[in-house]
Design a protein around this ligand. Structure first.
Ligand code: KG4
Ligand code: ZN
Length: 335
């Protein structure tokens, strides 16, 4: 059997990324051009700036990915591209580029949902065993997904307001930490004590949904009230207490979902999967379950990249999923 080579393209937010993955599991190249420096001074991603950077970078990033993988377009099996969700102007650059390349080289075009990509980052480090439950936590998403097989996604829980990463970034801004704030809060939290009892949004019994806006407001109010009373709260204690609240809810709901759906594996995905508090707490919680395996990809595969898009694209290709040249960016695409 011939080897399968998929070129993955990802431009849904602020990383311009291209990668080549062999047989769905072997990373031949994984190139990411980050725009964080351009967005930092605005305290968040500016969509117009993101689109402009993607236009400037995309061809170079793809060329570099092809060169590093040492493949030609004639070696490729197909081109996988993130078609949604994300920023529409950003997504369009990847989608139009992928369509052009697929047309020019007569290659199949495979549309990939960004969250499916995050989940399939796990297949680059371990074999996926079903049924499984995936926790996807990033700047734009907080979702619990049940998979009974490859390519089969059932969203069993999602955030009703802020995404976990968004809450991290907002609390970080309150503490005067640079964007993106998640890693800074994580570092601070490691030095602090859990001394403030911030709320946990468990929502209704048996609900796997999340809510972080109440917690965010509680942190803001606590810090402002302390300031007004002239009380000096230690930022590291605020960070540790906030992180304790976020990770307790994420971990408990994920474990409950794994039990309910008889999962063999829990997969962690998305930028917040880099959080040490979350990794440690989830690893500990899984120890109580003999037949439950936890997979956490390395950091560079947790944040946005195109190897994960190619990995998902590989599975979708085998399932016969194709797009034609009418493929459009869909910022609200559902899984
Ligand atoms: O997956 P990602 O790169 O982009 C999106 O698709 O959103 O995730 C970025 C998010 C940001 O909100 C960032 O603050 C958060 O992931 N993040 C973290 C950590 N590293 C990144 N949050 C908490 N702890 C971390 N160590
Ligand atoms: Zn993402």
């Amino acid at each position: 059997m011939n080897d399968q080579y998929i070129l993955g393209i990802e431009t849904s937010c602020d990383e311009t990324a291209a990668a080549v993955v062999k047989n769905g599991t072997v990373i031949m190249s994984n190139v990411v051009a980050s725009q964080i420096e351009s967005h930092k001074r605005f305290g968040g991603v500016v969509p117009e700036i993101a689109s402009r950077h993607h236009v400037e970078q995309i061809i170079f990033v793809i060329e570099e990915a092809m060169e590093k993988a040492n493949v030609k377009f004639s070696d490729l099996t197909g081109i996988a591209v993130t078609s949604g969700p994300g920023l529409v102007g950003a997504l369009l650059i990847g989608v139009e580029t992928a369509k052009t390349l697929a047309f020019a080289h007569s290659l199949p075009l495979i549309p990939v949902h960004h969250i499916a990509g995050h989940i399939y980052a796990n297949r680059l480090v371990a074999e996926m065993e079903f049924p499984l439950v995936a926790l996807v936590v990033s700047g734009g998403h907080t979702e619990l997904i049940y998979m009974k097989d490859h390519g089969h996604f059932q969203v069993i829980g999602e955030t009703r307001d802020d995404a976990a990463g968004e809450a991290y970034d907002k609390v970080a801004r309150l503490l005067d930490l640079p964007y993106p704030g998640g890693p800074h809060i994580d570092r601070l939290a490691a030095k602090g004590q859990v001394v403030i009892d911030f709320p946990r949004a468990w929502l209704e019994d048996e609900s796997f949904d999340f809510s972080f806006s109440g917690l965010k407001s509680a942190v803001i109010n606590t810090v402002h009230n302390a300031h007004q009373r002239g009380v000096q709260l230690k930022p590291e204690d605020v960070a540790a207490s906030f992180q304790d609240s976020v990770t307790e809810v994420l971990v408990k709901k994920t474990i409950l979902a794994a039990e309910k759906f008889g999962a063999k594996q829990i997969l962690l995905a998305g930028g917040v999967a880099a959080n040490r508090g979350l990794r440690n707490r989830l690893s500990k919680a899984v120890e109580d379950f003999k037949h439950l395996q936890l997979i956490i990809p390395p950091l560079h595969l947790c944040t946005d990249n195109a190897a994960m898009i190619a990995a998902a694209g590989s599975v979708f290709y085998e399932k016969g999923i194709r797009a034609d040249l009418s493929l459009n960016a869909n910022p609200g695409l559902s899984l």
